[in-house]
Write a protein that binds this ligand. Structure first.
Ligand SMILES: [Zn+2]
Ligand SMILES: [Zn+2]
Length: 169
């Protein structure tokens, strides 16, 4: 025997829920009536009509309201739960996707930044080349400047030779 969805939609369960859906609000209603009787009695007693004799109804009302709202809650729980689940599931997956997208975006962004740090942008075509590349892999433009004095290969945007300090043009 399998205990899956068929167990949740058990007709017995539905019957119980139906009863709870009816009894819950009734108990809740009785509670409110008792509560109001108690309150009205209390206030009329306050206005000089003697001592509040029905004030206990207030407490009975509170108890009934508590039980009634609990029963109503149980009766509607499946509906509420189902509603919440069906409503929140797409939101949740959207959120997860959104977060995942953002994370992967920021990872890609960071990776690009790291890559940029150790890469050379071609001054002619803008292609990103490896730091050690001597010529642009896209257009063949030299990415290094040879020092006229010591023949040291400097970065294309260097102003002075990193080996001998000769001014580069
Ligand atoms: Zn290039
Ligand atoms: Zn040099």
């Amino acid at each position: 025997m399998r205990f899956n969805k068929s167990n949740i939609t058990d007709p017995k369960h539905n019957k119980t829920r139906k009863i709870l859906k009816i009894i819950g609000p009734i108990v809740l209603g009785i509670g409110i009536i008792f509560f109001l009787i108690g309150i009205i009695d209390f206030f009329s007693a306050f206005n000089g009509m003697g001592t509040p004799t029905l004030f206990w109804a207030c407490f009975v009302g509170i108890v009934f309201i508590g039980i009634g709202s609990t029963l109503t809650g149980f009766g509607f729980m499946k509906n509420v739960g189902g509603y919440v689940a069906s409503q929140s599931a797409p939101i949740l997956s959207d959120t997860v996707n959104y977060v995942a997208d953002n994370i992967s975006d920021s990872i890609a962004d960071t990776a690009n930044k790291v890559k940029k740090c150790s890469s050379k942008t071609c001054p002619k075509c803008g292609a990103i080349n490896d730091e050690n590349d001597k010529f642009c892999s896209n257009c063949g433009t030299p990415l290094t400047k040879k020092c006229p004095k010591c023949q040291n290969e400097n970065n294309i945007d260097s102003k002075f030779c990193s080996n001998c300090g000769e001014k580069l043009d």
